[in-house]
Each structure stands twice: as C-alpha cells, then as structure tokens.
Design a protein around this ligand. Structure first.
Ligand code: AMP
Ligand code: MG
Length: 308
C-alpha cells in the first residue's frame, strides 16, 4: 500500500503519525527533530527517561546514527532485517538526547512491513515507540490507536499486526550480546547466526535495569490478569485457554498455538476492557514451550508484566 502524501507532510512539518508494523503499531516523528519527538512523549504520557527506537527503511541510514557498525551487527542485519529485531548500538554524538534518554547508546530497527517501509523511505528515519497511551497494551490494530489517541488522530490504516508482540531488543555493546526484551527472534536463532552465546537479561533481578523500559509496568488492561490453571469458570472473567473449548463466549481456546496467542494477546486485553470483564485468565502455556521457545519466552515476559 502506498502511504498518502498527507502523512509524509505531517512528519516533514514536525508532527507525529501512527503507522503499522509487523510487531505492533508505532508512533513516529522525524528522528532529527527534537520538538517533533517531544510530541511523542506528550501524546503517550511517556516518562522522558524511557528511550525510543529509531526505525529505518534502508541499511545505509544506520550510518546517520552509528559511527562504527560492529561485525556482529552486520551479520545480524543480514539475517534478521527487515524484521522484529532491535539492536542497541553505541550512538553517534549528534543523535538527539530525547531519543536515547541521555544514554550513550541508540536502539535501531528496520521493520518488515511494506507500509512502514514506504512511509519511512519517504520521511527519513523515524523515532518511534509503540502507539499506545503509556502503560496500556501495545496496539495491534488501527482501532486500538484511535481508542487511545482519539478518532481524529493521524494513523495510517493497516492490517492486524502479524506478530503482535514488540521486537526483540538486543544489546550488542558489550562482550556478550544481551536480550533486554524477548520477542519473536529468540536467543537460539541469534546464537546460530553469530556463533556466540547470548544472555537473556533478568530484568526483575536488577536494581538498575539496562533497558529503561524494563522498570515500567506495561501491557496492562484495566481487568486483572491471572496466569495459571483454570478450575471453575466465572462469567466475569475472559479465559484464554489451551484445551477448554467450552463454547462459552468468554472462553477463547488457543490449543497451544503460541503464534496466534502472541498475535491476539493485546487485542484480547483491550477487548476484555471494552466488554467489561473483571479478569483475564490465561491458562498455562508451559507444555507448549518446545513448539516455539522464543515466543514462549516473549509471551511469558508480557504476561508477567501484565500480572504484576
Ligand atoms: P517501545 O517501542 O514503546 O516498546 O519502547 C522502546 C523500548 O526500547 C523500550 O523498552 C526502551 O527501554 C528500549 N530502548 C530504547 N533505546 C534503548 C537504549 N539505548 N538502551 C536500552 N534500551 C533501549
Ligand atoms: Mg511501548
């Protein structure tokens, strides 16, 4: 789909626009315009110490933000870009502090979505977090963005996000690469590509999180989220089950399909609030870990943050 020129003009004039990607919808502003990026924080109500990801459409744009691209990053871009992998690089001095929250590093990714690529190729690199009010579940549909930001908010129409969970965030600035946020691309895939061990960061055990976003509660609906075995069904609870397809309208069965659960999780959180449920009860997914360890880890991370 070709993006309407109106949206390109909004970015060029220092505005913000929401756009679809394969992970979740992003809220973009010109990565070289601090005033425009300030609007992202205002629209979202996002704390200013939570940095943004720079979205690019062409590998040559990396040079605008990074002085020296490490070999391992070259390998990873060849394997996974465009795609749901964000890498943390040592930043060029001129990269705006408002993007990095004053850190010496910058997060960059190239989305695998034709609309996003068309958009960014015509605007230039965009600083973009997820297009939701801070603390709410990330948006995976155009309607989610409109719900948070209002019916008239500029959002480029798109499909239901194919993956539905945010990108894997990989810090490659140290000796051993560290996954700061698990996503569809898992540790073993990355290890295979680079022939080197990768560590999964244990955010909750750290007093000073390396990814500033880790310290904020995320992804939460208003309904209370519960994870574990299901015994009796209660009509005020929305159930996301693995085996129970009771036919009730408040029971959605996933049969261990982790891809489908990833795609729909945030939409179900939002549906639960719209339909007035008190709770969302997610049945355990432990048995299905071997089918997709990366999505299992990413889902457990999002569910843990929603349960807190
Ligand atoms: P969002 O796009 O809303 O999911 O937010 C971007 C995520 O990337 C947040 O979790 C940030 O903490 C993380 N992030 C962005 N830049 C950096 C950086 N330089 N170092 C570590 N994490 C980062
Ligand atoms: Mg976000």
């Amino acid at each position: 789909m070709t993006v309407d020129q109106t949206y390109i003009d909004i970015i060029k004039n220092g505005g913000v626009v929401a756009f679809p990607t394969e992970t979740v919808y992003g809220l973009g502003a010109d990565a070289w315009n601090a005033q425009a990026i300030q609007k992202i924080f205002e629209v979202k109500g996002r704390p200013s110490d939570n940095p943004l990801i720079v979205h690019i459409s062409d590998i040559v744009q990396l040079d605008e933000f990074v002085d020296e691209i490490p070999d391992i990053a070259r390998t990873l871009t060849q394997h996974f870009w465009p795609g749901p992998l964000t890498m943390i690089f040592p930043k060029k001095q001129q990269v705006l502090d408002i993007i990095t929250a004053g850190l010496g590093t910058v997060a960059i990714r190239m989305p695998d979505h034709p609309t996003a690529i068309d958009f960014i190729s015509r605007t230039g690199p965009l600083a973009a977090p997820s297009a939701n009010t801070s603390g709410r579940p990330s948006p995976t549909k155009t309607t989610h963005v409109r719900h948070d930001f209002g019916a008239d908010f500029p959002v480029i129409d798109g499909d239901f996000s194919r993956i539905g969970l945010e990108s894997t965030v990989l810090d490659i600035t140290g000796d051993t690469p560290v996954i700061l946020r698990p996503g569809k691309i898992g540790a073993s895939e990355i290890e295979q590509a680079i022939g080197q061990k990768v560590i999964l960061d244990k955010a909750e055990s750290q007093s000073a999180p390396k990814s500033p976003g880790q310290k904020y509660s995320h992804y939460k609906p208003k309904a209370k989220v519960v994870y574990g075995e299901i015994s009796d069904l209660d009509k005020h609870t929305l159930y996301l089950t693995q085996n129970n397809s009771s036919g009730s309208t408040n029971v959605v069965c996933y049969n261990g399909d982790l891809k489908k659960l990833s795609r729909e999780l945030f939409d179900q959180f939002r549906q639960a609030d719209i339909q007035g449920y008190d709770r969302v009860h997610i049945e355990e997914i432990e048995d299905f870990k071997p089918s997709n360890p990366a999505l299992y880890t990413a889902l457990k991370n999002r569910i843990r943050k929603a349960v807190v």
